[in-house]
Every structure is written in C-alpha cells, then in structure tokens.
Design a protein around this ligand. Structure first.
Ligand code: ATP
Ligand code: MG
Length: 246
C-alpha cells in the first residue's frame, strides 16, 4: 500500500437501484489502494447494480459513498475510474481500428477540439502493451476474437491512467485459453499497484490475482474476506446443507 490512507472506495450503508427502488442495500465496503477485490454472487444478486452505482450509472439511493475521498455526487473527474462493462461487444457496423477504440478512453480527459497528440498516442501504445495487444493496434476490432476484444476494452479503461478500475465479468464468454491470458493481464496490473474491483463468476481463472472476495446475495453483502476465508465459508455452507447436518 502507498502513502495515502484515504480508501479508494468507502461505502457505508450504501444502497443502489433503479427508479427509486433499491436493488442492493446496506453495503459497507472499504477498498484500499492496490487491493484487488473480486465481487461474486448469483445471477441477479445485484453485482452489476453495485459496481455501476460507483460510476453513477445506477441510482445512489442511500448511505455514504466516497470515491478517492470524494462523495460520489461531487466526483467530477471521471477519468480517475476506469470501467469495463459487462456483455459489451465491439465491432458492430462501424469499422474502427484497435487503437481508435482504445483512444476513445481519452475523450473525457481531452477537449474535443484538440486533436490527439503524441502523448495520447503514447498512452494508447502503453495501454495496448499492458494487455498484450501492441501488435494488433492497426487491426479492425471486428477481426479480433472475443477474448481479444475484452482486452481492448480493458486497454480503453486503462488508457487515461485511472486510479481504480472496475470490471464487470472481464473473463465471461471467452474460452479458457483467453481467460488465462486475461488473468495474466489482471495479475500484472494488480502487481503494478492498480486497484481493481472485478465482478466475476470464474474465480478459478483469477486464482493468485485476487486479495479479497466480496459476495453479494439478494442485494446484500454476505461475505467479505480473504480467498482462504472464503473457501472455509463455502465449506461451512456445504457442510450445513450436507448429509447429517443438524
Ligand atoms: N436498468 C435496470 N432497471 C431496472 N431493474 C434493473 C436494471 N438492471 C438490473 N435490474 C434488476 O436488478 C437486479 C440485479 O441485477 P444486476 O444486473 O445488478 O445483477 P447481477 O448480479 O449483475 O447479475 P448477473 O450475474 O446476471 O450479471 C435484477 O433483478 C435486475 O432485474
Ligand atoms: Mg451483472
């Protein structure tokens, strides 16, 4: 951990939802600088609602939410958070190169009238390098595999140099070999000190990457601890429903 004691994310009794109706509530969560936290839970439990709430994309309906020491409503510099959305595909009708897609991650930090300069191009190269796609910079994104497209989205989230990156199922829908490559990318980022909140159903693919696990069930945090403690917690659950349990 670095000098700053201010948590990257600080939630206390937080609630998020849609149209005034909370989907997740009573969330107490503190994430420190450099931590890699996996968010687990069944389909529909509220994982996406929670993480999009941190980005101002679902409604904040209660409790305190501080991001990098600033209350959510007052956070104006959105480039401090990188975001890789769930189920996002690239390459519909529009032809764009891999670099062009990654460069869109810089639009929030550069006025629209100022053309991309040398430093922007260098940032795009660095982000592509971080995800192992430097050699694909000039390819049409539509020609990339699903796993490579997920990596392009991670590069897009990284390019503006965020202090925390939120990823919603970065390894979903990609084959096992690409999952391994993605896990390697996350591992390098984690070791480099990037704070990450990663929603996933594939914890096994992220073995050795994750410092902490937060489990969400029906809109509430049901576990928060180390991967080892989580394994014990699951063992307890298995025992409690197993044969001979009291
Ligand atoms: N835009 C929306 N408007 C209203 N309700 C929504 C919206 N998005 C999600 N919900 C509801 O919120 C609940 C939680 O959904 P959410 O997408 O957060 O779950 P999840 O844990 O991410 O599930 P999955 O593992 O399938 O991605 C669900 O009941 C869902 O129907
Ligand atoms: Mg989801």
């Amino acid at each position: 951990m670095t000098s700053s004691e201010t948590p990257v994310l600080g939630l206390s009794g937080a609630a998020f939802g849609y149209d005034g109706n909370p989907v997740v509530s009573g969330v107490d969560l503190t994430v420190s600088r450099g931590e890699v936290v996996a968010v687990l839970g069944p389909n529909g439990s509220g994982k996406t609602t929670l993480v999009t709430g941190l980005l101002g994309l679902s409604e904040h309906l209660g409790g305190q939410v501080e991001i990098l020491g600033t209350p959510l409503a007052r956070l104006t510099d959105r480039t401090r958070l990188g975001y890789v959305p769930q189920r996002h595909t690239l390459g519909g009708g529009v032809r764009s190169t891999v670099s062009e897609v990654v460069a869109t991650g810089l639009l929030a930090s550069r006025p629209w009238w100022r053309p991309a300069g040398h430093t922007d191009r260098a940032a795009v190269e660095r982000a592509l390098d971080a995800v192992g796609l430097a050699d694909r910079a000039r390819f049409d994104v539509a020609t990339l595999s699903g796993g490579q497209q997920r990596r392009v989205l991670i590069a897009r989230a990284l390019v503006a140099g965020p202090e925390v990156i939120v990823m919603d199922e970065p390894t979903a829908g990609v084959d096992r070999a690409s999952q391994g490559v993605l896990a390697g990318v996350l591992q390098r980022l984690g070791r480099g000190g990037t704070t990450m909140l990663v929603v996933t159903h594939e914890l096994a693919a992220l073995r050795g990457v994750v410092d902490r696990i937060v489990e969400i069930d029906t809109g509430h945090v049901t576990f928060d601890g180390t991967p080892q403690a989580y394994a014990d917690h699951q063992g307890e659950q298995a025992r409690s429903v197993g044969r001979g349990a009291a």
